[in-house]
Design a protein around this ligand. Structure first.
Ligand SMILES: Cc1cc2nc3c(=O)[nH]c(=O)nc-3n(C[C@H](O)[C@H](O)[C@H](O)COP(=O)(O)OP(=O)(O)OC[C@H]3O[C@@H](n4cnc5c(N)ncnc54)[C@H](O)[C@@H]3O)c2cc1C
Length: 414
């Protein structure tokens, strides 16, 4: 019987273990931490947004440059398949929330993690086993891969599934160290890494604006600019924080912020009235000012944004206490400019430590997208965040890890 070694006991590794178990295969999962699934426990704010019940054609669009790569995996093990497995094999009931996001009814990520570990079988899992090297003997009839542990122990396998994760939340075990094994030992190219799905810190001179609104969330358009060119644009809720900006519209932009963002004059532009052009908003504001000459402009501005945001914009435009009748044309234009094109300078690249996902990883042109098998090293499969795949927020990243685990195991069992 083929002996499979799984390196990494996160979401991808645990799901691969469960699929192998279902097939009655022989396998050992090696996890360097004291327990499996430490990042899984944090998912969905401890509730585990396990998948997203969108049709595969829509779901694919959530994987940026990797959408085409992900198609075979997502079509082979769909969100419905994940839900069926969780329900019928793991015995956990699920519920659907806003935007097709799926969670366990219990709202406990630990229920999912514990059930995966139980299903895979504790006897098949070795924790505290950090793989530091992999030796390969092409001529060996059995066990051509020798996995070397930090303490020197060695285990032999016929097939390896690498599920070593990305470079974020290092306290969960995915500290990026294993990219060295993927690159130096297995010979794969690793594309540049960026922290993705995280808040964006603004420069000290713009912190006054964001921290004065800390905790306020507002619907807005958000554009990321580098070297004066728009790099990306999103629309959705923006959350102001002491450090800068967060919320869904912002976190989706983080993956495009390079390490040298300061040299590239990076900034975020917020548009608090997306879908309406400057002239239209200006005309409407002018009319409001004519009707309410004794009302302060910042009070009129509260028709467009929460009052606190209107006041902060008013402070920027220098019109906080000025009534409509006294506002000059230039002051009104400045207010509209800040309402439509609020410019906040990016302080630095967000930190990997707080990012939910890593953009970048093992180059996809070196991976068979139908099986997740390495094209360079026969018998090796690479799945999960170790690959150059990152999805948007909403259950996409766990779904990717699960679907990839499925196609890898299906190929191993062929
Ligand atoms: C706070 C937070 C919330 C999130 N919420 C969601 C969510 O709700 N929905 C969603 O879809 N995604 C979510 N994500 C993303 C999701 O958790 C990851 O995409 C997913 O866990 C990736 O799975 P993985 O198995 O590839 O990597 P990981 O889960 O990081 O697992 C990798 C494992 O490999 C082990 N390892 C690494 N190197 C070695 C080695 N050399 N030897 C042995 N073991 C090794 C590590 O210790 C780790 O346990 C969230 C992420 C974070 C940080």
């Amino acid at each position: 019987m083929i002996k499979t070694g799984i390196v990494g006991g996160g979401a991808a590794g645990l799901w691969a273990a469960c699929f192998l178990k279902k097939e009655g295969a022989s396998f050992t999962l090696l996890e360097k931490g004291p327990e499996c699934g430490r990042k899984l426990l944090l998912t969905g704010h401890g509730r585990c947004n396990i998948t997203n019940r969108k049709p595969v054609s829509d779901l694919m669009q959530g994987y940026h440059e990797a959408s085409k790569f992900m198609k075979p995996a997502l079509s082979s093990f769909t969100p419905e398949d994940v839900m069926d497995f969780v329900h019928s094999e793991l015995g956990i009931s699920l519920k659907e929330e806003e935007n097709n996001r799926i969670f366990p009814v219990s709202d406990k990520a630990s229920d999912i993690r514990d059930a995966l570990v139980k299903y895979a079988g504790e006897e098949n899992i070795r924790t505290g086993f950090e793989v530091v090297d992999i030796e390969y003997d092409r001529t060996a009839a059995d066990g051509r891969f020798t996995v070397v542990e930090a303490g020197g122990a060695k285990l032999h396998f016929d097939v390896l599934i690498m599920a070593t994760g990305g470079n974020t939340f290092p306290q969960t075990g995915s500290d990026g160290k294993s990219y060295d094994i993927l690159e130096d030992t297995l010979g794969h190219k690793v594309t540049p890494l960026y922290p993705a799905l995280t808040g964006i810190p603004v420069a000290p001179h713009d912190k006054e604006f964001t921290s004065s609104l800390s905790g306020v969330s507002v619907y807005a358009g958000a554009g990321l600019y580098l070297n004066n060119r728009k790099r990306n644009r999103t629309e959705g809720n923006v959350l102001f924080t002491h450090d800068g900006l967060s919320g869904p519209a912002i976190t989706e932009l983080a993956r495009d912020i390079p390490e040298n963002v300061k040299d590239q004059d990076g900034w975020i532009e917020l548009d608090f009235t997306p879908g309406r052009d400057d002239t239209e908003v200006d005309k409407e504001l002018l009319e409001q000012m004519r009707v309410k000459p004794d009302t302060r402009l910042v009070t009129i501005g509260a028709d467009y944004v929460p009052q606190s945001v209107s006041h902060a914009i008013g402070r920027r435009a220098g019109v906080t206490d000025i009534k409509a009748a006294q506002i000059t044309r230039g002051q009104r234009k400045e207010f509209v400019k800040n309402l439509k094109h609020l410019h906040l300078t990016i302080d630095r690249q967000p930190k990997f430590e707080t990012a939910y996902v890593t953009r970048g990883g093992v180059a996809l042109d070196e991976i068979n997208r139908k099986t997740c098998a390495s094209k360079l090293m026969p018998g090796v499969y690479i799945i999960g965040e170790a690959l150059d795949v990152d999805g948007i927020s909403g259950g996409y990243n766990l779904q990717a890890a699960i679907s990839e685990a499925y196609i890898a195991v299906r190929d191993i069992m062929c």
